[in-house]
Design a protein. Sequence first.
Length: 454
Amino acid sequence: MDAQKTGKLINYLRTKKALTQKELAEKINVSDKAVSKWERGDGCPDVAILPNLAAVLETDVDSLLCGEIKRKVLSEEEMLKLRDEMNRQEQVKMDKQFLKNPDVRIKYYDFRRPDKFSKYELRKICNIFEVLCEKLRTELTGNRTDLLGINICSVDQLTNEEFIRTVPQRTFFYSYNYNKPGFAVQVDPLIGKLLLKQDCKKFPELTQIDAECLYIAYIKQFVQMMQKELYLNTEQSISYQDFELSLERNTLLPWTTGEKPNEMCMLVTLEIKTDSGSGMLNIQFNYCYIGEFCKKLGLFGKDGPRIQSLMDIKTKPVENNMFVEFGRFFSDSVDFEPGKILLTQKKFGEPLNVIVENEVRFGGEAVIVGENWGVRICRQKQDGFIRYDEEQYIALRLGSRHIEKEDLEKIQEGTILELDDICGDPIYIIKDGKCVARAEVVIVDDFYGVRILE
């Protein structure tokens, strides 16, 4: 061991790690004078100390013995990992070269966390609460000269779990049947105490009596005003009494009543200011209340989203193989002039034909499934299926769907099959496999018929 070379290496590695001689000495249980002696080249570390010294300086014993850092020979696997890391760092530089601020934080958008409410709906709620705040400033703060005002801060959407994490452990909390169409009201402790005219320093704890007093004095009236304002913005298709009865106050917190942590909710935040301080009042609407209950009553208008499925050009389309028809007929000398009625020989009430692979497999009666047509199987043909082999024909078709062959065996009397066609839309008139007209179903002398529309 060359004392001079080893001493210079110890000094270099210690300085690189920003350690003083005393700090290095403490880590390896020697005196700082011993470290100074080594670095001057007046002596060498004891062999028993070398492993600990090498670990602290992040080197190896052989390097200390030789007085120089040995180059490590990398294995093939280590070389591949090093190359991949260098490529990754280079790619990161390339990815950020078009950013205005290369140091900006980048994160991936989680599509599993959907935005349930549109910007229009958030603006609508914001406008409603702006009107509500104006009424609150008049009615709630009229008798309190120390109340400077109440204003809307934000309207946002987040998950129930995210909201729960933001709520202080000690706070004023009021839940209104949250697991059904409902909401919760949370008031910051400080502003709650100020509204109750309590000295927070003398009475920092929140008691049940405090919560009830705040409810009677402010929260109950606030909730009634909020409910009234929301109701006025609906179509008012139900009475206000029925609208108000949809809620019952629940003393349980939302997260103790089994709400879904990842379900989206809407959060409205109001700021209440007094001459002694300010605080937040949060209203957390569950999705069932805003997205289903209020929306159905016309809070955001009647127009809902219309959905149409797209077919990828590389995907083989799945053709419908089950058809529900009033019958198939000869196509000779039949015209489709609008207004003309085509009369069948099938009596009203007789089962419609359920056709699979050009065979009348079942008889069924028309039903409504949601917004679509459906058919309830009321007759199952055991043998002697009627088979259509004709290439030229006219079919009066209520609707169709695709059904897997293995599922055919599961169909029995009472089975309800939903079709792809919307109830109330004109039915199809098929000629030789192609739709040539649309028509409405009529009954003439107890027989089914259709009136040509287009």
